[in-house]
Design a protein around this ligand. Structure first.
Ligand SMILES: [Zn+2]
Length: 408
């Protein structure tokens, strides 16, 4: 079976995760696909299990006589809460001709290369697009489909030598909880790769350092008619606070290695206002500087209006995996070689976000992220290239057989 055929199968499962849930996984419907994946692995005659959190871990034993590092291949089954994943109705565009693709004429929803210039690289390829009413779910079912196809190919062709492969499918990546309950020692791999990137040939091993900030502002509520020299409106405090943060650190003004601060939530009354921010930077020193900007702004308000006016809580969320991977760069080199051997030019781009791989790296499982051939994630413009999905499968097979050729 080809990887894209599996993507079409998996896309039929609604696996949207939920930010506000208190269960794990956040939505029970993810378990339906996870169970099916466990069964599909078992159908290949290999060991596969699902635990109470929904993690599926399968084991493809290494070829006879091969002594190589154990490699984990990891993908997530959930789709973004940002767009519906219910009743996904994919359509195949054969031999894409480079013109705008009308997804839904009624809503005037068009996948237009003028808006998404990377579509030009997909000319001549077969694409899978949505009908405009849902996302596609290539993030990350393209990765799941490719891993499954790799396993199938390796079993079918014993001439391809490989070490032990651990297959890991996870829930809740999109709500930042993909690795929360994963027992890395149970995976038992020396290193791994997440298949959760975009264009095939992409390899990412740098992500943001990330923190969340809750800023609380305490005002003095007085009837506005008699407020003179008495009222302190906490909504205005929050506004003043935000204005103290560097303008240049806004996401809409940053790209590549530039970090940002971003308010994600604001609610308040005259009496009390709470603002939530996220803070992101690849560079550890600049990341510290950005957190200091928040402390400085809070200190300024507390000097101006009195101690306790602004209370900050800064929470570390995740770290750039590059720091840890730097001593294990062969893991990146294996992938770069495998990409080149498949006639592709590697694309090394910093991730402007976090990945499960970043968290896994810090949990002891070094884990760069590879491209899958999916694009425009988290909305109706999402699409996947069938040709790139095939190439992604080939890259992983090359990667695994190259690693097997090494001495452990
Ligand atoms: Zn993803």
């Amino acid at each position: 079976m080809k990887a894209y055929e599996r993507l079409l199968q998996y896309a039929a499962y609604d696996t949207q995760s939920d930010h506000h849930a208190t269960t794990y996984p956040s939505t029970a419907k993810q378990l339906i696909l996870l169970e099916a994946l466990k069964d599909e692995l078992r159908g290949f005659g290999i060991e596969a299990n699902i635990d109470s959190y929904g993690y599926v871990i399968g084991t493809l034993p290494g070829s006879a006589g091969v002594s190589a590092p154990t490699v984990a291949l990891i993908a997530h089954v959930d789709t973004s809460p940002d767009a519906s994943g219910n009743h996904v109705n994919p359509r195949i565009v054969q031999k894409y001709d480079g013109t705008p693709i009308v997804l839904d004429p009624r809503k005037n929803l068009i996948l237009d290369p003028a808006v998404f210039p990377w579509l030009k690289d997909n000319v001549g390829q077969d694409l899978i697009v949505t009908d405009g009413s849902t996302l596609l779910g290539a993030d990350d079912k393209a990765g799941v489909a490719e891993i499954m196809t790799v396993v199938e190919r390796l079993i079918a062709d014993p001439t391809i030598q490989h070490g032990t492969i651990k297959i890991v499918f996870t829930p809740d990546e999109e709500v930042g909880q993909g690795t929360t309950h994963l027992d890395v020692s149970a995976v038992g791999a020396d290193f791994g790769y997440t298949l959760d990137g975009s264009k095939v040939g992409e390899i990412a091993f740098e992500n943001f350092n990330a923190a969340g900030v809750t800023a609380s502002f305490i005002g003095k509520s007085v009837h506005p008619g008699s407020a003179k020299k008495k009222m302190l409106n906490s909504i205005r405090l929050a506004s003043e606070f935000d204005a103290l943060l560097p303008l240049s650190d806004r996401p809409e003004l940053t790209e590549k290695y530039e970090g940002f601060n971003h308010p994600t939530e604001l609610h308040g009354t005259c009496e009390k206002t709470t603002a939530e921010y996220i803070v992101r930077n690849h560079d550890a020193a600049l990341f510290e500087r950005q957190k200091q900007d928040f402390r400085n702004a809070a200190a300024y308000l507390n000097r101006k209006y009195g101690e306790g006016t602004c209370v900050l809580e800064i929470r570390e969320q995740y770290q750039n995996m590059r720091g840890l991977l730097e001593s294990r760069m062969e893991i990146v080199e294996f992938a770069l070689d495998a990409i080149r051997k498949n006639g592709l030019e590697p694309i090394v781009e910093p991730i402007r976000g976090g990945t499960d791989g970043a968290r896994l790296t810090y949990m002891g499982l070094p884990c760069p992220n590879l491209g899958t051939g999916g694009y425009n994630y988290h909305g109706p413009y999402e699409y996947a290239s069938i040709d790139e999905m095939d190439q992604a499968v080939n890259v992983v097979i090359t990667l695994l057989s190259d690693i097997a050729a090494l001495k452990k």
